[in-house]
Design a protein. Structure first.
Length: 260
């Protein structure tokens, strides 16, 4: 499974602020359900897993599973429901139910802020919210990949490759030349990097670049060619194609939503 493999259709989003109690101590749903906590704590049981969740936790319940919950503190959270259209939501892959921990809480706060900001229910707003949910799950995948790489046998060579990709992400980068720099073939580089971090070098690089592109679209009036130049893409046309493929909307639509 790769970052691009995450496919879902968001069907419902409700934000609850300082909810004192759950109306039902247990429920099951016909679709995937996620509690994304901003503030407060609650106890949950899903299948054989139980525990406490608070800020930085995404609690994910598969369809037709009992979701037991008990309030420990007044809870501010996003109640999200979606249909999975690709793995891991269409398979029985381990690790994609129960509590998912997010380490990069700054980015998580940003996603939460935009989920609250865009409270419309038309298709454009739902697409934007869907992108935020996918971004949160991609973040979990990236961090799980890093953890797996660190918990197994350390591949110092791939750590160095990741450092170069991060530092030179906004420049022209050739995977062929990068592989040769470490006396590897491109195929060997891809396999070792995926084993270490759970994503390919190209996927990692693309995620870094698109994160900057999103920030520039949100906070500046730069033209698309100018943004492309600052993010390591050849031109605005190519950036638009990559952006649309990964977010489900062209840059112009994304930018307009942030200027409502």
């Amino acid at each position: 499974m790769t970052l691009q493999d995450i496919g879902l259709k968001l069907i419902s989003h409700v934000y609850w602020h300082q909810k004192p109690e759950f109306m039902l101590p247990s429920d099951s749903y016909s679709c995937w359900t996620m509690f994304a906590v901003e503030q407060g704590r609650f106890h949950y049981t899903i299948g054989t897993e139980s525990g406490e969740a608070g800020f930085g936790d995404l609690v994910l319940c598969p369809p037709h599973h009992a979701f037991q919950r008990q309030m420990l503190e007044p809870l501010s959270f996003h109640f999200l429901q979606f249909v999975g259209v690709t793995e891991p939501f269409t398979s029985k892959e381990q690790g994609w139910s129960g509590k998912l921990k997010v380490i990069d809480t700054d980015r998580l706060r940003s996603d939460y802020r935009y989920l609250r900001q865009f409270d419309g229910r038309d298709e454009a707003f739902m697409l934007l919210k869907q992108h935020m949910v996918i971004d949160m799950l991609r973040l979990v995948m990236l961090e799980q990949g890093e953890h797996e790489g660190k918990s197994g046998q350390s591949d110092e060579l791939m750590v160095e490759v990741r450092r170069i990709l991060t530092e030179q992400a906004y420049e022209r980068l050739s995977m062929q030349e990068l592989a040769e720099q470490f006396m590897l073939t491109p195929v060997q580089l891809t396999r070792r990097f995926r084993k270490a971090f759970g994503v390919t070098p190209s996927e990692f690089l693309n995620e870094v670049r698109l994160t900057r592109a999103r920030h520039l679209l949100e906070g500046t009036t730069l033209k698309l060619d100018e943004i492309a130049a600052q993010c390591g893409y050849e031109n605005g046309f190519y950036l638009s194609r990559v952006f649309s493929k990964n977010t489900g909307m062209p840059p112009s639509v994304y930018r307009s939503l942030y200027r409502v």
